[in-house]
Design a protein around this ligand. Structure first.
Ligand code: NAD
Length: 486
């Protein structure tokens, strides 16, 4: 499990650790220090087709898809192994991604919880039955799809991989994991924990690291891959959807967001302000459902701005390994430059309240740190209000009445999540029903459970992950019709 900078981590294919046929490797860089954390395979087409063939053969052997108890036991054992290695993997995650060690622990704990939940669900893959006439009866059968490719991003690399792998495996599929090129070491450390668990037949779980444009693309077009679960940028998701259309592949897409917190005049600010601050500055704003916009009633806008500023300025920004750090760096120099571009747009379009610059001096010079940034009175047409910045930048917008609040909340191409803050339960429900979002939190934010569905309205995605619907995403439905006429 130990990650060293010398050893090049191998792919996991057909139950064995394999070097890439390309002979090439990729470096994982610590965004806090710029140092090389470790290396992994920069795989090519030969590697990914070998993994696809192995997964396809393993699935066809039928000793996985038909054995729900075996799947339940395998997933539970994987969870137990992760439990033992939790701290070690959390450290790798912080080194590779930059996020705080506190957050990494939360992420790995959520992986364990997800595996445990889907271990139980493996035994509950129910279909239905229906009387169709006096002599006809229908069975609505649920079965695995086959080979599922799971393509994941770098921001929550452990959980977003497990969030899809656990239900796909619980439903009886074979999986090929394609981690993001910036964070393969975390994914590899997770997969190392299932090595030797007898319940997983060789080839049922495979992991191949390498460039998305090459091996991710092959997973999209290869006819032996039956379904794709993609979590990532909306632009990449759309391109993948077009390519996958050629073979009419099953697709689950978890894409970007621009999620609002709507604050009514009667909101409990003592709870709302720290929760909202956390919702945007967690993972340095690099989270799909980060609370990137605050839509606040104009009667409390000034007070809210003052409190958000105070809260943001209290955050300790630094190396994620330091237990005192509240916010780490952004993932890379290119990501930093993109965020700074948005900040410059914000300075022109809106009123800068705090932050608005790269942090420099001392240890900051080695990494990619940005001060928590807040803009007030951001016009709806500004790119800062419309586009996913994926950085620690909060846009505040005022509203006069409920109708305007809903219009602002729904005024982007995204629809991933939202927060509604009010003591009036009628208003809370009314607004929640009208907001275009796959998740609405009332008087809270960022509460996630493996048993509750998650996903996007509009361009935030297709399908649902987690919960019963998340499991069903990885099944085929078959009507078996029985005629019992004498
Ligand atoms: P990305 O789209 O650049 O990459 C995601 C994955 O796709 C990576 O593994 C990458 O290698 C692969 N990929 C790249 N090009 C590909 C191609 N042509 N074919 C197939 N695969 C390809 O996204 P990212 O920068 O890693 O992640 C950030 C994005 O992910 C943000 O937009 C964020 O909102 C989104 N996200 C969504 C959710 C969600 O649950 N909705 C969760 C986390 C992140």
């Amino acid at each position: 499990m130990t990650v060293t900078t010398k050893e090049i981590q191998k792919n996991y294919i057909n139950g064995k650790w394999e070097e890439s046929k390309t002979g090439l490797s990729m470096e994982s860089i610590n965004p806090s220090t710029g140092e090389v954390v470790g290396r992994s395979q920069k795989s090519g087409l030969d590697d990914i087709t070998y993994a696809i063939d192995s997964a396809s053969a393993a699935f066809k052997q039928e000793d996985w898809g038909y054995h729900s108890l075996k799947r339940a036991d395998g997933l539970m054992k994987w969870a137990m192994r992760l439990e033992e290695k939790k701290e070690e993997i959390a450290r790798i995650l912080t080194l590779e991604n930059g996020k705080t060690i506190k957050e990494s622990r939360i992420e790995i704990s959520a992986c364990i919880d997800t595996l445990k939940y889907f271990s139980g669900m493996a035994r509950s893959l129910f279909g239905r039955s229906i009387n169709l006439s006096e002599t006809s009866y229908g069975i609505i059968d649920k079965s695995p799809i086959g080979v599922v490719a799971i393509i994941s991003p770098w921001n929550w690399p452990a959980l977003l991989m497990i969030r899809e792998a656990a239900p796909a495996l619980a439903a009886g599929n074979a999986v090929i994991l394609k981690p993001a090129s910036r964070t393969p070491l975390t994914s590899l450390a997770m997969v190392k924990c299932l090595e030797g668990i007898q319940e997983f037949p060789n080839g049922i779980v495979n992991l191949v690291s390498g460039p998305g444009a090459l091996i991710g693309d092959e997973l999209t077009v290869n006819g032996k891959v039956d379904a794709i679960s993609f979590t990532g940028d909306t632009v990449t998701g759309k391109a993948l959807m077009k390519k996958a259309a050629d073979k009419v592949k099953k697709l689950a897409l978890e894409l970007g967001g621009k999620s609002p917190n709507i604050l009514f005049a009667d909101a409990d600010l003592n709870k709302a302000i720290p929760t909202i601050t956390n919702s945007i500055f967690i993972t340095a704003g690099q989270m799909c459902f980060a609370g990137t916009r605050v839509i606040v009633h104009e009667s409390i806008q000034e007070e809210v701005i003052a409190q958000l500023k105070e809260e943001a300025e209290k955050l300790v920004v630094g190396n994620g390994l330091d237990e005192k750090t509240d916010m780490g760096p952004v993932i890379s120099e290119s990501q930093l430059n993109e965020i700074i571009e948005y900040i410059e747009i914000g300075k022109k379009d809106a009123e800068l309240i705090t932050g608005g610059y790269r942090l420099t001096g001392g240890e900051y010079d080695k990494g990619y740190f940005i001060a928590p940034t807040i803009f007030n009175n951001v016009p709806m047409e500004s790119r800062v209000a419309q586009e996913e910045i994926f950085g620690p930048v909060l846009a505040v917008q005022g509203f006069k009445d409920e109708k305007e609040a809903i219009a602002l909340a729904n005024g982007t191409i995204f629809g991933l999540a939202a927060g509604v803050w009010t003591k009036d339960i009628n208003k809370a429900i009314r607004v929640s029903k009208k907001v275009d979002a796959g998740t609405v939190w009332i008087n809270t934010y960022n509460k996630n459970y493996p048993q509750t569905e998650f996903g996007g309205y509009k361009e935030s995605g297709l399908g649902r992950t987690r919960g019963i619907e998340g499991l069903m995403e990885y099944t085929e439905t078959k009507h078996i019709n029985i005629d019992f006429e004498e």
